[in-house]
Design a protein around this ligand. Structure first.
Ligand SMILES: [Zn+2]
Length: 495
């Protein structure tokens, strides 16, 4: 029998509640919504880690992100992933990733791919940051800043003046949206994927696309606004909005004034992804590959828009808008019977489920288990989903940042327990009555359920620390030492 192919699309920062097939009222995803009518939709798909660097070990290697130790980042050398397993099974494999520096060769994400294109600079450090408020700091500015920062009032006034000065300076240049974008847009990646698909013969393939369109800074293609029915936002306005939204010196009340425009920029990015994915589906259909392909769309984490006065996707807490993502799976035998699975489904189970779907066995190292058989029967057995990360780790390239205390969530259908190791506290939320997670239940409420979820958290910690794969851990540590040695060598040769 001919083996089946697999397409995995991961969209950075895509929240579950911002796609039509999960109930969003804006027409952002018409093509995926149409596909969803014939697909399995996991209404409660939960990532196993957030953000990107804590999410992908689970998506690709079905491994909890901290299971090799908090000081290990990325995929370990020789670790089994979807790509390595399918490559060994004779698949043609390719990854086209839109310039996320954490999904690079440096962190082992190229393993198993015949073709790996990450759109990063040659040293893997990522696309250049956008010049906003900080790029033009002269010596004089730095002096004024440090002088004013000795006094709270003066510091506020200085930041305010400097922000508007930068806006005035940049408003003189009228740059089109396409030149402001930091990451390649979805059409660039879909074009690459299409030409790779056209180069293939009859062999089965695994294609992984990682799209960054909804990631900040938000600079979507301008034509997206009209299709979305949203007022057009000019490039100049988008630049102002992104700079303002990025300010660290003002409170949420002032930021909130611009929230609806920021949401329009974000939604327009999601819409662009939807439009480009329909081109990819069309290519697969036109080349008679669609029926033999399992096609999956999901995300590595969500995005915050001031729900808890937060922005972007920093792992300082694990609210639903960060850990709940869309998950759509299309496969021939499930066509025509739209299944919507309400129970929590951890993305730790995604890789074994996908291998099962294409008929390839999963390696023993995978932590998750396949839900394919149960899904085909229309029902998934249920277990709470665990999400873990390092509290406040915003720069994982720094070892110190990775060694902060752990943060963990155990997500049940109705209840969610967040364990904060820094505070040595746990918070229990009733998601049905408090979906915004504003009011943790008092310690005296739902004690039996709390004890049960705590027990699951404890078992998870024990299991992952006892079964730590020391071989993989050592290889990953060694890789990091070699890399930091190389970096030090480069710096020495530059000085
Ligand atoms: Zn991400």
């Amino acid at each position: 029998m001919k083996k089946r192919s697999l397409v995995l699309v991961t969209v950075d920062c895509l929240r579950a509640d911002h796609v039509g097939f999960q109930g969003y009222s804006r027409p952002v995803t018409p093509n995926l919504d149409a596909l969803a009518a014939n697909s399995v939709i996991f209404s409660n798909a939960i990532v196993a880690g957030a953000p990107t660097y804590f999410s992908f070990p689970a998506i690709l290697a079905s491994r909890y992100p901290l299971a090799l130790g908090r000081d290990v980042l990325g995929i370990a050398p020789h670790e089994s992933t979807l790509a390595t397993v399918l490559h060994d099974a004779g698949y043609a494999t390719a990854a086209f990733l839109a310039g996320n520096p954490y999904l690079s060769r440096r962190y082992g994400y190229d393993q198993g791919f015949d073709r790996f294109q990450d759109f990063l600079s040659s040293d893997g450090s990522g696309p250049l940051p956008l010049g906003t408020t900080r790029g033009r700091f002269s010596k004089l500015n730095q002096l004024i800043q440090s002088a004013t920062h000795r006094n709270g009032l003066l510091a506020g006034a200085y930041e305010e003046l400097y922000f508007w000065y930068c806006q005035w300076r940049t408003a003189q240049q009228d740059l089109p949206m396409d030149t402001l974008r930091r990451y390649p847009a979805a059409n660039v990646l879909v074009d690459e994927a299409k030409s790779w698909l056209n180069s293939l013969g009859e062999q089965p393939f695994f294609l992984w696309l990682h799209l960054m369109d909804p990631h900040h800074p938000y600079f979507p293609p301008e034509e997206s606004f009209a299709e979305l029915g949203a007022p057009r936002i000019t490039a100049r306005r988008a630049r102002f909005l992104n700079s303002f939204w990025n300010r660290g010196d003002i409170g949420p009340e002032r930021l909130r004034r611009y929230k609806s425009e920021i949401l329009s920029l974000y939604d327009a990015g999601v819409h662009w992804v939807d439009k480009q994915l329909s081109r990819l589906v069309e290519t697969l259909q036109n080349s008679q590959r669609w029926d033999e392909t399992v096609f999956v769309v999901t995300a590595d984490h969500g995005e915050a828009f001031l729900e808890h006065d937060d922005r972007y996707h920093s792992p300082t807490s694990l609210p639903e808008h960060l850990i709940h993502v869309p998950l759509l799976l299309h496969a021939r035998e499930l066509s025509g019977k739209r299944l919507s699975l309400q129970r929590p489904f951890s993305l730790i189970h995604l890789a074994p489920t996908l291998l099962d779907a294409v008929g390839v066995s999963a390696p023993d190292s995978f932590h998750g288990r396949s839900g394919w058989g149960e899904m085909s029967a229309g029902e998934l057995s249920w277990e709470p989903a665990i999400t873990e990360c390092v509290d406040g780790c915003n720069n994982p390239a720094q070892a110190d940042d990775r060694l902060r205390p752990r943060l963990m969530a155990v997500r049940d259908e109705e209840l969610k327990l967040v364990v904060n190791f820094r505070e040595s506290r746990d918070y229990l939320y009733d998601l049905r009555n408090d979906p915004g997670e504003r009011m943790p239940l008092s310690p005296g409420q739902r004690t039996r359920e709390r004890a049960n979820l705590l027990q699951i958290a404890r078992r998870h910690l024990l299991r992952t620390s006892e079964n730590q794969n020391t071989d993989l851990r050592l290889r990953a540590r060694l890789r990091e030492l070699q890399q930091s040695g190389r970096m030090a060598g480069r710096e020495a040769s530059l000085s």
